[in-house]
Design a protein around this ligand. Structure first.
Ligand SMILES: [Zn+2]
Length: 273
């Protein structure tokens, strides 16, 4: 038995250039697939920070209008180096009681149903790729958002929270016990794909500028021992100002290789190897 190792990189959009993705992943193309959580109609401003302040903060920019990126992505997909996942619709935040909330935490179910279907179909047609996984912007998803991705048949890169953050289904109590029982006895979030409401949910491990490298290495070793998948979740744009993230990523990959992980796409981590 082996475990799967995958890279999830968030925020590819109209505002991304292939150079920015190459700056992080050039050493790995063709060796380790990269699953890109992609925003179909991104606004430039995320949580008050702008990817390009020549645009109004709420301008919805279709990915398709960035032709060099589209050509580059299609080639990478064709070669099997890149997988596309859906990362919201426009990644628009709303400030509620002083907190920035991601779009799948505040939009209505009607709006999310319509936008999820439109965003998924748009990317699939534009990039000639099938999308199987949803990555919530800001890792925030409420009941309406969950209903929406279930309707679209997308697995979730993320895992249920405390009581009541999922719509009621008959398999909810058993899934809840599994998820929180693991936390109680093992002190960690549930590490395997969790089937719930007709789709699966699976946690990822965050590589941010503030991530504790020892904790990540410990989690990786623990996943090897218990044969759980290990998805490292990161943002290409954070590497620019935090070059030590390159070393951390490379250390994790080396360790994964030594421990016998199989390098694969995020969508494959939802199936037990
Ligand atoms: Zn994002």
């Amino acid at each position: 038995m082996t475990s799967a190792f995958a890279i999830r990189d968030d925020d590819t959009s109209y505002f991304t250039s292939p150079d920015e993705l190459d700056a992080v992943y050039a050493p790995y193309w063709g060796k380790i697939p990269v699953s890109l959580a992609t925003v179909p109609f991104s606004v430039p401003e995320h949580r008050g920070r702008s990817f390009n302040n020549r645009y109004p903060p709420d301008a919805e920019m279709p990915l398709g209008e960035n032709k060099p990126l589209v050509e580059w992505l299609k080639e990478k997909i064709r070669l099997g180096h890149v997988e596309i996942m859906l990362h919201g619709y426009n990644h628009l935040y709303q400030q509620i009681n002083g907190r920035w909330i991601g779009e799948y935490g505040w939009k209505s179910v009607q709006q999310l149903l319509e936008e999820t279907a439109r965003g998924k179909a748009y990317l699939e047609q534009l990039l000639e790729a099938e999308i199987k996984v949803f990555v919530p912007p800001s890792n925030t998803i409420g009941k309406a958002g969950i209903r929406t991705i279930r309707h679209a048949g997308l697995n979730l890169s993320g895992i249920m929270g405390r009581g009541g953050d999922r719509p009621w289904t008959r398999d909810y109590p058993a899934a809840y016990l599994k998820r929180w029982g693991w936390r109680l006895f093992k002190g960690e979030a549930y590490p395997y794909p969790l089937a719930l409401g007709g789709v699966k949910e699976l946690r990822a491990y965050a590589l941010t500028p503030r991530a504790n490298v020892d904790d990540l290495m410990r989690s990786l070793k623990s996943c090897a021992t218990i044969q759980a998948p290990f998805i490292i979740a990161t943002h290409y744009w954070e590497f620019r100002d935090s070059p030590s993230m390159h070393e951390t990523l490379s250390m994790l990959i080396d360790q994964a290789r030594k421990t016998g992980f199989v390098f694969t796409q995020v969508s494959h981590c939802f199936n037990r190897l």
